[in-house]
Design a protein. Structure first.
Lengths: 105, 153
């Protein structure tokens, strides 16, 4: 019973994988660009969870520092992505991702 | 946390999705606290749940959501997308079945104190160059976002 209740690195990794999978499903199936960007945030958070869990496992802090860099990148990505979204909405009056088909053959 | 994630990708109203994402991010901050990473937890709450989510909500307010809520919510490739995601999930399960024994099963290492101080020392010492590059990236992102959202360049 005691060993069942221990939370090890593996549990965190399974949680991270599940969150990553949810993000992938969201990116691949949703139609609203805003929700696709939110799913990308979910994926980045899953990666962060793995980084911090491994940093805990090895006892160092490199993973946490790297997680902070990933958060910085997520902020930059969200800002630019939402800027693109506003420009796109101004041109096409829609937020559906399958109307972004100018480059389609 | 997983319930919040599921809600993010299933809600029809983007505002509800955003609120579910905030729940997910706060739950993840508490998991960082469980992993003895208080600085990352604080950064997560302030930056993600504070900054990025406000940005998302503002953009949802700017683009009109009334029309898109009445339309189809999933794109036409959703079958292929779901199959691909299921394949990825099967891959994860296979990796789990193969490699679950390589991780240590004993309890994780003990608490270290002054976590924030050590993170800062590492950030400004060993990772100084990466830190500067990150600041440059943020500058580029600011300029890019302003240019993208401008009416006329």
């Amino acid at each position: 019973m005691e060993s069942v209740l221990h939370i090890t690195t593996l549990h965190y990794l399974v949680l991270g994988a599940a969150l990553f999978l949810l993000g992938v499903i969201g990116v691949l199936t949703r139609r609203n660009v805003v929700i696709v960007l939110m799913s990308i945030e979910l994926i980045l958070n899953a990666v962060n969870l793995n980084l911090v869990a491994f940093s805990r496992m090895w006892g160092g802090l490199h993973g946490q520092v790297f997680a902070i860099f990933v958060i910085t990148d997520a902020a930059a990505e969200a800002a630019v992505g939402l800027g693109i979204l506003i420009a796109f909405f101004r041109n096409k009056e829609t937020v559906n991702i399958d109307e972004v088909n100018l480059l389609k053959w | 946390m997983l319930i919040g994630g599921i809600l993010v990708i299933t809600r029809r109203n983007p505002v509800h999705s955003a609120l579910a994402l905030i729940v997910t991010l706060l739950a993840q901050a508490s998991i960082y606290l469980m992993l003895y990473a208080p600085f990352v937890a604080g950064v997560q709450i302030i930056l993600y749940a504070g900054g990025i989510m406000v940005l998302f909500l503002f953009v949802i307010m700017l683009v009109s959501i009334e029309r898109s809520m009445k339309e189809r919510q999933f794109n036409s490739q959703w079958v292929v997308g779901t199959i691909a995601a299921t394949a990825l999930g099967g891959l994860f399960i296979a990796v789990y079945a193969k490699g679950k024994n390589i991780f240590p099963t004993h309890a994780l290492s003990t608490v270290e104190n002054n976590n924030t101080q050590r993170v800062a020392t590492m950030l400004y010492g060993q990772y100084m160059f990466a830190f500067e590059i990150a600041s440059l990236l943020l500058l580029v992102a600011i300029i890019g976002a302003v240019v993208m959202a401008k009416k006329r360049i």
